[in-house]
Write a protein that binds this ligand. Structure first.
Ligand SMILES: NC(=O)c1ccc[n+]([C@@H]2O[C@H](COP(=O)([O-])OP(=O)(O)OC[C@H]3O[C@@H](n4cnc5c(N)ncnc54)[C@H](O)[C@@H]3O)[C@@H](O)[C@H]2O)c1
Length: 254
């Protein structure tokens, strides 16, 4: 049970249909917020009176702008944006295919730029501040084998976070990033299978390798990340901006 109150706040969560995004949506609803999920895959029915789904591809400017318009029409306002949608592709840097590089950069970096721009314009106009929270990664701070495009895209997210934090500070808009470590989601499970194939290891062995690297002795559940996102969406983080907060069980400390 959360004690951080988001009653009356309206949040957009990209990639909120599953994984970390879904945990963020559930946490926001529990804290009293209304939530719009913007995801390219929308399988759910609107199951909660404060929850709406918009089928949106974050790489398409027209879809992003239309969704942001629909959200403000539906809820009357928007206060919080969580840029969570993301994908990964795996290969050694010297072998990455151009189409994979472009796709990863489009979803993970361009998607954050498009959604942040569309929402920040409205937040500025409304004049009541707001919160933008970008889900980067510890791959936004370190290099990782087989993850060249992904690592580049997550460094880009932190760069945009810092710049927008400075540019929007005078409007009372906080822009921060969360840098998760290893989180048990579909994305992570697929990475273990593909990474295993490329390295000649089983997914199970890679899972054990993952565990051995975390000082706190376990990988993260989506809820671990959502806990910190709720804090960054709340008034308790009003004096923080331009930060990339590690939620890694101690794996990354800078
Ligand atoms: N799982 C991890 O270990 C981990 C670690 C660090 C950071 N992250 C980041 O957390 C975020 C969520 O990852 P996850 O593990 O929950 O992944 P996931 O694959 O379980 O979920 C990703 C969601 O994003 C949506 N999505 C993908 N492309 C989209 C697009 N073009 N437009 C709209 N929606 C799109 C998918 O439909 C899905 O619902 C990503 O940005 C990821 O890079 C994950």
């Amino acid at each position: 049970m959360y004690c951080m109150d988001l009653t009356g706040k309206v949040a957009i969560v990209t990639g909120g249909a599953q994984g970390i995004g879904k945990a963020i949506v559930d946490a926001f609803l529990e804290c009293g917020a209304s939530v719009a999920v913007a995801d390219r895959e929308v399988k759910q029915e609107n199951s909660h009176e404060h929850l709406v789904y918009f089928k949106t591809d974050v790489t398409k400017r027209n879809e992003v702008e239309e969704t942001v318009q629909q959200v403000t029409k539906h809820f009357g306002t928007v206060d919080i944006l969580v840029n969570n949608a993301g994908i990964s592709r795996m290969d050694y840097a010297i072998d990455i295919k151009e189409e994979d590089w472009d796709l990863v950069m489009d979803v993970n970096a361009k998607g954050v730029y498009l959604f942040s721009q569309a929402v920040a314009r409205i937040l500025k106009e409304q004049g009541q501040g707001g919160k933008i929270i970008n889900i980067s990664s510890q791959a936004g701070k370190n290099g990782y084998r087989l993850m060249g495009g992904y690592v580049a895209s997550k460094h880009a997210v932190l760069g945009l976070t810092k710049t927008m934090a400075i540019e929007l500070a005078q409007d009372g808009i906080n822009v921060n990033a969360v840098c998760p470590g290893i989180v048990e989601t579909d994305m992570k499970h697929k990475e273990r299978v593909l990474g295993g194939e490329l390295r000649g290891l089983t997914a199970e062995l890679i899972k054990q390798e993952d565990y051995s690297q975390v000082p706190l002795g376990r990988t993260a559940e989506p809820q671990d990340i959502a806990n910190v996102v709720v804090f960054l969406a709340s008034k308790y983080s009003d004096y923080m901006t331009g930060q990339g907060i590690n939620v890694t069980g101690g794996m990354t400390m800078h």
